[in-house]
Design a protein around this ligand. Structure first.
Ligand SMILES: C[S@@+](CC[C@H](N)C(=O)[O-])C[C@H]1O[C@@H](n2cnc3c(N)ncnc32)[C@H](O)[C@@H]1O
Length: 250
């Protein structure tokens, strides 16, 4: 069994009981080219669809801790799968959470997802949006919704992460944060770079799949210490982006 890592200064809520089908698997089950198989951190999936991974505990602690900075404010999630990351966002205390996930159009998927959101304490505050991004984000934004915190983990291919980021940005508050999962993919990194080019501060977190954070206004992202037992590298497409807790250039 691989291990779990959470940095000393961070914590993640205990939500495993809401996911009875979550199992740890060997990373060889996934054929995704950007999965970092050399990082010895536990990789968990739903046993019914084992090729799609959940964010790991290191990443969940960073998501939860950054979202907590926005407790009482509105949040947006793009790409929620079975609700693991959603449950962490709910636990962080966001006032409302829009969840854009096309799989929620399936009645069985939605029913199970609702059990998760209720179990995490977000029954009254989570707004399920069974549509695709970026169209749904634009529709919501044009209807007047504004968000302070956004988590992007939806379509990872081609320009999709950039489109999600650039569709979300116009509808974010003056003090806001956007967190991306899977920054090891150059497609996802383009989304972060797109916000950087528009004046946002950016940073990366050195985790199994890497997280990217963009922020502006009266907030700063939480610090993180990468697991000292792992041999980390920085993909070429992230050159020049600061890594939380790493020495300059390291
Ligand atoms: C890797 S999974 C998300 C995992 C989740 N964040 C977690 O850790 O629990 C990616 C999700 O993005 C969804 N997705 C794909 N294309 C999308 C789109 N255009 N808009 C919103 N979600 C999308 C997929 O259906 C899938 O559920």
């Amino acid at each position: 069994m691989a291990k779990d890592y959470v940095a000393d200064n961070l914590a993640a809520p205990s939500l495993d009981h809401l996911f009875p089908n979550m199992i740890e698997v060997d990373k060889s089950v996934s054929t995704w080219p950007w999965l970092r198989r050399d990082i010895d951190h536990a990789f968990r999936v739903d046993r019914r669809n084992p090729i799609v991974g959940f964010i790991n505990r290191d990443e969940a602690s960073i998501l939860y801790s950054n979202a907590r900075l926005f407790a009482g404010r509105r949040g947006l999630e793009i790409g929620a799968w079975r609700g693991w990351s959603t449950a962490h966002l709910i636990a962080s205390g966001l006032s409302t959470l829009h969840v854009v996930e096309p799989l929620l159009a399936d009645p069985d998927w939605r029913a199970e997802f609702l059990e998760v959101t209720h179990g995490a304490g977000g029954g009254a505050t989570t707004i399920l949006v069974p549509e695709t991004s970026p169209e749904a984000v634009t529709r919501l934004g044009q209807s007047g919704v504004r968000w302070s915190f956004a988590f992007i983990d939806g379509d990872h291919d081609g320009d999709a992460p950039s489109r999600d980021a650039l569709a979300t940005a116009p509808f974010l508050e003056a003090t806001a944060m956007v967190l991306f999962h899977d920054l090891v993919s150059p497609h996802v990194a383009k989304g972060l770079r797109g916000l950087e080019q528009r004046g946002w501060n950016v940073m990366a977190y050195q985790t199994a799949q890497m997280l990217g954070v963009a922020w502006r206004g009266e907030v700063a992202p939480v610090a993180h210490k990468p697991d000292p037992t792992q041999r980390w590298n920085i993909p070429d497409h992230l050159r020049g982006i600061a890594i939380s807790g790493a020495m300059a250039g390291g």
